[in-house]
Design a binder for this molecule. Structure first.
Ligand code: FAD
Length: 396
């Protein structure tokens, strides 16, 4: 990725999403001299951090006709990364002691994160680039490397426009991944995915099984344990014999290996041989990548959570640099990653930096896949670079 000798050019760029990735990307694109339009289907900036007590109309989010919400944030959520590691490098996430409504803790609540994102948008005047309540419904390449973007506003009005480039920042914690459990079709209890979990109250006095023990599973199981009779975590990362009591004030939380079978009498059998009669199952089993608006004639594929082919998780070689993704990898320190990825995209689009040839990018991608295979890392963790760098993920 050598600096290019070309003349620097300004491009007309569409950014999809005004969550942290879209806001940071649009700032970097404008700094590089591009003209930017940000499409955001909600009424405000913040993406996932805009908490709502509402959830999808289907608690498992399986029904394609369900009404949907974007956010997966629950009421008690505090950051699992210290604020020093969350901010953008030239706009740190500092505690605000001048305002009583702010949360100055190192691991603040979700409202404080939204307030920081709003501060960022205000400071860098990002809102003037955003079309709120406008959903991108179709993106496709057209002749001479341009891109057609079709969007729909709140009045249902469809608009077709041509851009030089599109940067996708639509987030990837909204489309639930549901683990398949033997016997679940006839299991009679309640089932919900963590995307639709907000508060523990509905689980009062219940016996609850939480599937998954990464960030969300670990957090939500403790939240529910405050009101439930018993909470049992099923973790496929644990040895089959695992059965441990976890220390919580209510003395009602256990860790098991994964579920073996479920039955119509309400019982759940774990691989450790324990049998629990449960009222509810909460799936903390992660999310799927989803780009329902993208039409690339089959070039880009999603296979077991691998979006392929993507050079350095950002550029699809044959469609680069007109199409780019910012924010795909799952890792602990994401805002700085958005900043670095979007600086790169902006510089490639202006011609200040050149990409390798399509063949060279494909070679690099195939070498990356081979190195994951050699390390025994499953395909579904292709973009979980946090697994390789630091151990942190909100999904499975
Ligand atoms: P999002 O925040 O999801 O924003 C995407 C935006 O795109 C949304 O506003 C959406 O409305 C919009 N959009 C989507 N599709 C369209 C479309 N077709 N047209 C127009 N607009 C569209 N990160 C941390 O740094 N610290 C944490 O403590 C932390 N905790 C987390 C806890 C949970 C439970 C989860 C699920 C994630 C957490 N994360 C955390 C990661 C979090 O996802 C990122 O902080 C960040 O919100 C990702 O930003 P994003 O812009 O990529 O996506």
């Amino acid at each position: 990725m050598a600096p290019a000798q070309n003349q620097i050019t300004s491009k007309h760029v569409a950014v999809i999403g005004a969550g942290p990735a879209g806001l940071i990307t649009s700032r970097e694109l404008r700094r590089e001299g591009h003209s930017v339009v940000v499409f955001e289907r909600e009424k405000q900036v913040g993406g996932l951090w805009v908490y709502t007590p509402k959830s999808d109309s289907d608690p498992l989010s399986l029904d394609p006709t369900r009404s949907k919400v974007h956010s997966s944030i629950y009421e008690s959520l505090r950051t699992n990364v210290p604020r020093e590691s969350m901010g953008v490098r030239d706009f740190p996430f500092l505690p605000r002691f001048d305002d009583e409504s702010r949360d100055a803790r190192r691991y603040p609540n979700h409202r404080e994160v939204l307030a920081y994102i709003q501060d960022f948008a205000r400071e860098f005047k990002i809102e003037e680039m955003i079309r709120f309540e406008t959903e991108v419904v179709r993106v496709e390449p057209v002749d001479n490397g341009n891109w057609r973007v079709q969007s729909k506003n709140s009045g249902g009005f469809l608009e077709d426009e041509i851009y030089d480039a599109v940067v996708v920042c639509n987030g990837h914690y909204t489309e639930p991944n549901i683990a398949h459990i033997p016997g679940i079709k006839s299991w009679p209890g309640k089932q919900i995915h963590s995307h639709n979990y907000r508060v523990p109250d509905p689980f009062e006095n219940e016996v609850v099984v939480v599937i998954g023990n990464f960030a969300s599973g670990a957090d939500i199981s403790r939240d529910i344990a405050k009101v439930a009779k018993e909470v049992h975590i099923a973790s496929r990362a644990r040895e089959p014999h695992t059965y441990e009591k976890i220390s919580v004030p209510q003395n009602n939380l256990w860790m098991h290996s994964e579920i073996d079978t479920t039955h119509e009498d309400g019982s759940i059998v774990f691989k450790n041989g324990k049998v629990i009669f449960a009222d509810s199952i909460v799936y903390c089993t992660g999310y799927k990548y989803n780009f329902p608006f993208l039409e690339t004639n089959g070039y880009l594929r999603i296979d077991e959570k691998r979006v392929e082919p993507l050079y350095k998780h950002v550029f699809p070689p044959a469609l680069a640099p007109g199409l780019a993704f910012v924010g795909l990898p799952a890792m602990g320190i994401v805002f700085v990653m958005f900043e670095i990825q979007s600086k790169w995209v902006a510089a490639v689009l202006s011609g200040r930096v050149t990409l390798p040839s399509t063949d060279k990018m494909m070679e690099d991608i195939n070498a990356w896949y081979a190195s994951l295979d050699a390390l025994g890392i499953p395909k579904r963790h292709t973009h979980t670079i946090g697994r390789i760098q630091v151990s942190s993920s909100y999904s499975e």
